[in-house]
Design a protein around this ligand. Structure first.
Ligand code: SF4
Ligand code: SF4
Length: 73
């Protein structure tokens, strides 16, 4: 796990998963270069906000359009 990035240097964007629309296909998990999104207990995807760099690969692959890339609050 990369702990060298300080809190102030966090990427500006991150993935937000909508569990209501997730089909639990695992495509997002397969393409994430950071291991930041997993399908929790085969039910729906969950993003680890500390690992996500907002690259958008998961969102691009999701067949259910269940992931949006948003500016961090
Ligand atoms: S935006 Fe990129 S780093 Fe974040 S969960 Fe999706 S694929 Fe992984
Ligand atoms: S790619 Fe989309 S539908 Fe598939 S597990 Fe990820 S969020 Fe759910």
């Amino acid at each position: 796990m990369d702990k060298t990035v300080s809190k102030g240097a966090k990427p500006k964007k991150h993935a937000v998963a909508d569990r209501e629309h997730c089909a639990a296909c695992g495509a997002c998990e397969a393409v994430c270069p950071r291991g930041a999104i997993v399908v929790w207990k085969g039910s729906f995807s969950v993003v680890d906000d500390d690992l996500c760099v907002g690259c958008g690969r998961c969102s691009a692959e999701c067949p259910a359009s269940a992931i949006s890339i948003e500016v961090r609050a």
